[in-house]
Design a protein around this ligand. Structure first.
Ligand SMILES: Cc1cc2nc3c(=O)[nH]c(=O)nc-3n(C[C@H](O)[C@H](O)[C@H](O)COP(=O)(O)OP(=O)(O)OC[C@H]3O[C@@H](n4cnc5c(N)ncnc54)[C@H](O)[C@@H]3O)c2cc1C
Length: 263
């Protein structure tokens, strides 16, 4: 493959020509830059202390390191030790180190289970058997035409940027599996094919965690939490103003999982 390009446009044209099938699926070009210089620039902006305080918010100080870790531009062990050097004591970087440890953990699970990462690791704890869930993604979902500002906005964001904040990944996964009753495998394959940091271990095992096939209970969220973590960017409402995410957690659990055994 060619490696010498005069500018980014030339590189983009080359990739489009070499991978016409990919260009046909999605022709968006993400702002995320590849390469070591971009990775170093991204690392220089990391603030482990602010990360610990704000990482769950869409406006939070998340690192954007995942594409570089995924493609080996930055090594995981090297990144962990560089983060520790940035702070007075590892305690100050606790949250960031913990998240990097999750990455390591998922990778080790994948090493053990191999291709079974596509199989349910445990039964669903939702009160439904795996057969209850549909195998394919609904058309209105993939086309971002559900009418719900959160769902359509997140689908478009993933298609256009190749990146989603962790909270958006968790919530869109929960929507597909628990509100639309889609098997997590269909959602995982879709997300993996669009993410610039697409990683079999982190992706599939996180989907299984949301679905409850690798966790003690399903992950869900409500409208209040959605609006809070997305800093008001999404209302979570449908075109008619109603929201499938309204209600308390108790009410949502009763509605979504009527046959589940209480935890
Ligand atoms: C449904 C779902 C699918 C996911 N798919 C992927 C994927 O394909 N590739 C991928 O790299 N991550 C995946 N994640 C994990 C996480 O969402 C991303 O690593 C993170 O959002 C990447 O953005 P960041 O680098 O700004 O993260 P930050 O929040 O800044 O985190 C720093 C680093 O810690 C690691 N990390 C953070 N959160 C997690 C986590 N929950 N699990 C594992 N490692 C974590 C990542 O290496 C990340 O780069 C997924 C999570 C969910 C819920």
């Amino acid at each position: 493959m060619r490696r010498d390009f005069e500018n980014r446009e030339q590189l983009i044209d080359y990739v489009r020509t070499e991978f016409p099938e990919a260009a046909a699926v999605s022709d968006f070009v993400s702002d995320i830059r590849g390469g070591l210089a971009a990775a170093e620039q991204q690392f220089d902006a990391v603030d482990p202390v602010a990360y610990g305080r704000t990482r769950n918010s869409l406006d939070g100080a998340v690192t954007g390191l995942s594409p570089y870790l995924r493609h080996g531009v930055l090594g995981l062990a090297e990144t962990i030790s560089r983060v520790k050097q940035q702070v007075d004591s590892p305690q100050s970087a606790y949250k960031l180190l913990q998240e990097l440890a999750w990455r390591d953990y998922w990778r080790r699970v994948l090493d053990e289970i191999g291709d079974d990462v596509w199989e349910d690791q445990e039964p669903y704890k939702t009160g439904f058997d795996a057969d209850y869930y549909q195998d394919s993604l609904p058309d209105d979902f993939v086309n971002a035409e559900t009418g719900n500002d959160f769902v359509d906005g997140v689908v478009r964001e993933l298609h256009e940027t190749g990146y989603l904040h962790n909270q958006l990944r968790m919530k869109i996964a929960a929507y597909l599996v628990h509100w639309r009753r889609v098997r997590w495998q269909a959602g995982a394959a879709w997300m993996l094919s669009h993410l610039l940091d697409g990683d079999l271990a982190s992706n599939n095992l996180s989907w299984q965690w949301v679905a409850s096939t690798f966790a003690a209970k399903p992950y869900i969220f409500n409208q209040e939490n959605l609006q809070h973590v997305t800093c008001g960017r999404f209302t979570g409402a449908d075109a008619d103003g109603a929201s499938p995410f309204a209600d308390s957690y108790d009410e949502l659990n009763a509605r979504l999982f009527p046959g589940a055994t209480p935890q």
